[in-house]
Design a protein around this ligand. Structure first.
Ligand code: ADP
Ligand code: MG
Length: 742
């Protein structure tokens, strides 16, 4: 027989080696797949060549039935059938069958896709042989042991393969797969199962009956196969929504293995003998119905929460290590990244408070957590302060809603508010803004203006190595004082000259003042800045210094006046209170004695009348003084602005003068002078000497920390400063020379 003679061709022919392309690789969710159908023909010496023909592509099988001569001339009975399948396995070895039918399904199961392989056919056609194989011969082992082998779970083969199953029962092997990543780092894992189904014999009733029944539908011997058939027909019908899975145990058990998200293969086992043609036809019909069923394979992915936590912990530990390394490289060895405890938070709170008070200049940045906590504590302190202010106000005053007109008129009646609606101040002069210090004199502002000044002077003074207290005291103008407590200790106040001149702006000073020409030759080492500053004020800075002093004295005079006015207002207020009290006393006296009324007019005695007059007069005085005070305040604010401007100008001019006098070479100065090749303003002189500021800043910061701790380091410090100055000078010169050439 040719079929028998050419087993090698079938074995190695590429046609059977793989499942059609779409089933290979990763079938993603959403791609619908058909059930793959194969036919395996049991080898026999009695092969019905006349009746069974294979297509050239080995994907079809044609059945030809010899005409029933007994039926007479008119015979329209069908005699030819052609079945298209995914492959016909004829004389195929167990190896080839596994390769063709099962290998990809198993491989995909290991990737998380469920798979089902079913053997269908009449008893004796080779279902069990295909599925389980023979136990005696390793070569003849079937799909199940091979699948276990492919899944590397060899050891449980024996116990399963021994199970004998009757031809009248179904046998379902289920292999459960749970695959975790080998690297143990992936918290994702997949689960899947492979159902290997060895169905009961599919032979029909009445096979032994007359040939006339061949083409009629007969019932399965095993009822559950007919339910399986119904379920499969329903699955093949895209319009059907309900699939009758629950009709019998078989369909119920295969509920999630038929169609659905499975890779599904049906292998139909047939005889190749003429005598079995009837059942063969029936089996092939079942196969072609099965072909219509589609499935939608999808991965069963799960997350291992425990492993996920472990992985995150691992990563956290790793990042902490990384951070530690980073810190040690950046010399930040003491940084701690753990969450803050109460003590640390309290410390930050105190830092924030000190910062707000002005006693702490800056809060060092340590890490992100700390920055966040600093902001947090700012909010805490702010809301606490708000509450404190409010409760302080409440303790002292009765607060009235401005929109509550009834309350306001009640208060007006009671004399707590004057006619203009101004609240009457407290006797001690601290309430209602009467004795309040001007804004510029408040602590926050004070420290700020002080700092700006210090920054300018002390940074340059430090470069000088001046350890003596800077002459800042002289310059430390009265901004730190309130006008209510003018201090006699303050030099500025003492030597002030009272002038009514209002300086709106400071005229630019001539850069070449006559005094400059008289300047002695430049010394080899520049004098300390405090000393130089005194010189400066006597020569080039004399005019600006004069204006500065003048403005200061005007400012102080205004402050003094404001203070006096405040005191007067407070005195008036006190008297008003006394008068009011007396008035109330008179009123209550009158009420006790019984009021006299005449046609609705209230009759009061003279004493009460006088008191009312006095109160009226006092209120008038109060208003006048109050207006004066307001005007004074505006003036003070304006003067303060001028003084600040002057101070800034004085210091800037001084810096320029100092650099010109002791650092910038004379020839360069010529270039910088008006008419020179470099216009003033093109190169800010204050900048010229401070190129390479970053390094300098860093060093200054370092000094702030180290100098007070180790006075010995002063020598080193001075040397370092000198080197740096030289360096800066060279750098500046080179820059300027280049600019010159252009
Ligand atoms: P089924 O399970 O369909 O009733 P079996 O698998 O028990 O049929 O097969 C019946 C007999 O035929 C067994 O002895 C089996 O070894 C043999 N047989 C079936 N198919 C083949 C085959 N392809 N090659 C060799 N022997 C086979
Ligand atoms: Mg069997």
């Amino acid at each position: 027989m040719d079929e028998e003679a050419a087993p090698e061709r079938d074995k190695n022919g590429p046609k059977f080696h793989c499942l059609p392309h779409s089933t290979q690789g990763s079938a993603r969710m959403g791609t619908r797949k058909k059930v793959h159908t194969f036919v395996r023909v049991k080898p026999t010496d009695d092969f019905a060549h006349e009746m069974i023909k294979y297509g050239d592509d080995n994907k079809s099988i044609d059945i030809h039935l010899k005409k029933d001569t007994r039926r007479g001339v008119v015979n329209n009975q069908q005699t030819d059938w052609s079945f298209k399948l995914d492959g016909v396995l004829h004389n195929a070895s167990q190896d080839l069958v596994y390769e063709t039918v099962a290998k990809d399904v198993v491989a995909q199961a290991l990737d998380g896709y469920n798979g089902t392989i079913m053997c269908y056919g009449q008893t004796g056609a080779g279902k069990t042989y295909t599925m389980t194989g023979t136990t005696e011969n390793y070569k003849h082992r079937g799909i199940l042991p091979r699948a276990l082998q492919q899944g590397e779970t060899n050891r449980i083969i024996a116990s399963h393969t021994m199970n004998k199953n009757s031809s009248r029962s179904h046998c379902i092997f289920t292999i459960y797969v749970e695959a975790h990543s080998r690297t143990l780092s992936d918290e994702k894992y997949i689960t899947s199962k492979i159902n290997l189904v060895d169905l009961a014999g599919s032979e029909r009733l009445g096979k032994s009956g007359s040939e006339g029944r061949v083409l009629k539908e007969a019932t399965y011997i095993n009822k559950s196969l007919s339910f399986l058939e119904q379920a499969i027909v329903a699955l093949g019908d895209q319009k059907r929504e309900h699939i009758p899975f629950r009709q019998c145990k078989l369909t119920h058990a295969l509920k999630d293995s038929l169609g659905g998200n499975c890779n599904m293969v049906l292998l139909t086992n047939i005889y190749g003998e003429a005598a079995q043609l009837e059942e063969t036809l029936s089996s092939l019909r079942f196969a072609s119905r099965m072909k219509l069923v589609t499935t939608e394979p999808a991965i069963n992915e799960k997350y291992d929460a425990e492993r996920m936590v472990k992985n995150l912990e691992k990563e956290l530990a790793l990042l902490k290590q990384e951070l530690a390394i980073h810190d040690s490289l950046a010399n930040r060895t003491l940084v701690n990244y753990d969450p803050m405890d109460e003590i640390q938070i309290a410390e930050i709170n105190s830092q924030v408070r000190r910062y707000l008070e002005g006693t702490l200049d800056e809060i060092d940045i340590i890490n992100l957590r700390q920055i966040q906590e600093v902001f947090n504590q700012f909010r805490v302190v702010l809301s606490q302060q708000e509450q404190e202010v409010e409760s302080a106000l409440r303790r002292k005053y009765t607060l009235i809603d401005k929109n509550d007109f009834a309350a306001i008129s009640a208060v007006q009646k009671a004399g707590l508010v004057d006619v203009d609606g101004h609240l009457v101040g407290e006797p001690d002069g601290q309430g209602f803004g009467l004795g309040v210090t001007p804004f510029s004199a408040k602590p926050g502002k004070k420290s700020k203006s002080k700092k700006t000044f210090k920054e300018q002077l002390s940074s340059s003074a430090r470069k000088e190595g001046a350890s003596s207290p800077v002459s800042g005291k002289e310059l430390d103008v009265s901004t730190s004082k309130t006008q209510l407590t003018p201090s006699s200790k303050e030099g500025d106040v003492k030597d002030m000259t009272i002038r009514e001149r209002e300086t709106s702006s400071i005229e630019p000073l001539p850069s070449d003042s006559p005094k400059e020409e008289l300047r002695p030759p430049r010394p080899s080492t520049p004098p300390p800045k405090p000393v130089a500053f005194e010189d400066f004020k006597n020569e080039r800075g004399s005019e600006i210094n004069r204006i500065f002093k003048e403005n200061k004295s005007i400012l102080n005079e205004r402050r003094k006046r404001a203070s006096e006015t405040t005191q007067r207002i407070n005195a008036i207020k006190r008297e008003m209170d006394v008068t009011k009290e007396a008035l109330n006393f008179q009123k209550s006296l009158r009420e006790k004695q019984g009021e006299y009324e005449n046609k609705g007019l209230m009759i009061i005695d003279e004493e009460e009348f006088l008191l009312i007059l006095k109160l009226k007069d006092l209120k008038k005085q109060y208003r006048t003084e109050y207006q004066d005070l307001r005007d004074l305040r505006a003036e003070i604010q304006y003067c303060q602005h001028l003084v600040d401007q002057c101070r800034h100008r004085l210091l800037t001019e001084f810096d320029i003068w100092y650099n010109e006098s002791f650092f910038i070479p004379e020839d360069l100065q010529v270039a910088l002078k008006p008419g020179g090749s470099i216009r003033p303003g093109m190169v800010p002189v204050s900048r010229i000497m401070s190129l390479g500021e970053d390094a300098q800043d860093k060093f200054s910061q370092l000094q702030q920390v180290l100098l007070p701790e180790g006075p010995d380091s002063v020598a080193f410090y001075n040397a370092k400063v000198k080197t740096e100055q030289k360096h800066n000078y060279l750098k500046t010169m080179m820059g300027l020379q280049q600019a010159h050439r252009k």
